[in-house]
Design a binder for this molecule. Structure first.
Ligand code: ADP
Ligand code: ASP
Ligand code: MG
Length: 431
């Protein structure tokens, strides 16, 4: 049964500094009477900064603990700006950092990904402590909830797979009760914990997904994510000049867009909402009164062309060493390796003597190992510096526009979608 619970998610940009946090408080003020669970990301670019701590720890060039201390201090400064010196708050922050500092003092035995999750999760833990404290001081009572007690995953560090059963159990037992009390429930996006109680992250940009997990398990009435854009647009405004807001999107269309890499919502977000027909809104924290984009069932819209650009693409052209055709058993072996190195295939094409795949460079080290292992069995030609452009509901004119000054390396059209792997035309300067 649908309960009158709402779930909000505020991303990094919406809480990037003291002024942004004040703005979040002013948005929340209007929802004082609601039963509201608020999922919050790390402030601004904190996650990137924490990644540098991990990098420093493993490369031993800089002192990881010093970089972490800087990040901690930045949060304390913002706290001071928002609510003055506060010994209790500082103690809470120390309680979160101390175990991580101890980890950074020891010789590491559990590997990069484990350390990554213990360190990087601090971003969300800090931001939510800070914001919950600020809200309570602003007479917006808030309960801080440790998402690690609730969201349960397997042991895949940096990309935890949610255990829906135990997560559902935890939410039914603990979160519903908390929502009965007056005040907001403030929790972290992006993090959870394994059965062994180690902190696990859900993959970069995973806070949208966290909000969807809570929405699903709480049978929420709606979920809203607050962004620095007016809603979902026909393209990334950082890349394209003329983009329009899409007012209404079906779950299906939203899943397609995010699957192809639209950076506005994490791809795993929509499906749980669709399964329970929970409406979703993408709203602007800059213009909270704006309508935003509605995503839901029974949307029968006529969509304009939507362009998704994925940068950092690499094409691997894989062929057999004995010039035989690439057969099914080869493909099966190739995909085993892609699974082993957790590498998602964005596009693929099988031709007589070669099999081409396009993948995103997410983790260069992992990709290098994958290529090395492929090369033990196959010839592999690697083409870098590529872009993958996907156009949904394409028009000829939009395709032409995208192809300008580009060479198309791979192209595929399926119903309303065209995908092209492209590279820049080399500049030929006259002498
Ligand atoms: P959050 O702070 O919630 O994590 P993100 O930065 O992940 O927010 O997502 C918002 C950004 O997504 C926008 O600033 C915009 O540049 C980018 N974006 C990419 N594609 C789109 C699109 N189709 N519509 C709207 N924004 C988009
Ligand atoms: N803070 C995490 C990241 O930057 C998760 C998120 O913001 O969604 O990737
Ligand atoms: Mg995001």
């Amino acid at each position: 049964m649908r309960k009158n619970i709402k779930v909000f998610k505020f991303g990094g940009a919406s809480v990037k500094d003291a002024e942004a946090i004040r703005n979040v408080a002013s948005i929340l003020k209007d929802y004082k009477k609601e039963r509201l669970l608020v999922v919050i990301s790390a402030m601004g670019k904190t996650t990137n900064a924490l990644e540098k701590v991990v990098h420093a720890f493993f490369n031993k060039k800089e002192n990881a603990k010093d970089i972490l201390k800087e990040i901690q201090n930045k949060h304390l400064e913002i706290a001071k700006e928002l609510f003055g010196e506060n010994a209790d708050f500082e103690k809470e922050i120390s309680k979160l950092v101390d175990p991580v500092n101890r980890l950074l003092e020891k010789q590491n035995k559990k590997g990069y990904d484990f350390v990554y999750d213990q360190v990087v999760s601090l971003g969300e833990l800090f931001s939510t402590k800070l914001i919950a404290t600020f809200l309570s001081k602003k007479k917006l009572p808030s309960h801080w909830l440790d998402a690690r007690r609730i969201i349960k995953t397997d042991n895949t560090y940096r990309e935890g797979n949610v255990n829906w059963e135990s997560t559902q159990r935890n939410i039914s037992r603990n979160v519903n009760k908390l929502l009965e009390k007056s005040g907001f429930v403030i929790t972290q996006g992006f993090i959870g914990s394994s059965e062994e109680k180690a902190t696990i992250t859900l993959g970069r940009e995973g806070s949208d997904f966290t909000a969807a997990i809570f929405s699903y398990c709480l049978d929420a009435e709606s979920m809203s994510i607050w962004k620095d854009v007016p809603g979902i647009l026909t393209g990334d405004p950082r890349i394209f000049k003329k983009v329009e807001k899409i007012d209404r999107l079906s779950y299906k269309e939203a899943i397609e867009m995010t699957y192809y890499g639209a950076k506005v919502i994490h791809p795993k977000t929509i499906k749980p909402l669709q399964n329970k027909s929970i409406p979703m809104y993408v709203k602007s924290f800059v213009d909270p009164a704006g309508e935003g984009t509605f995503i839901g069932a029974n949307v029968d819209a006529f969509y304009p062309p939507v362009v998704v650009v994925e940068k950092d693409q690499v094409m691997l052209q894989i062929s057999t060493k004995d010039f035989s055709f690439v057969a099914e058993h080869h493909l099966s072996f190739i995909f085993t390796l892609f699974t082993k190195y957790r590498t998602k295939v964005n596009m693929m094409q099988n031709m007589a003597i070669s099999f081409s795949v396009c993948v995103t460079i997410k983790d260069l080290e992992r990709l290098t190992k994958l290529i090395q292992e492929l090369k033990e069995t196959f010839n592999v030609a690697v083409e870098k510096d590529l872009e993958l452009i996907t156009i949904r509901h394409y028009h000829k004119s939009v395709i032409e526009q995208m192809k300008k000054h580009k060479i198309v390396m791979l192209e595929e059209r399926i119903r309303q979608t065209i995908q092209m792997v492209m590279k820049d035309v080399p500049v030929m300067e006259r002498k």
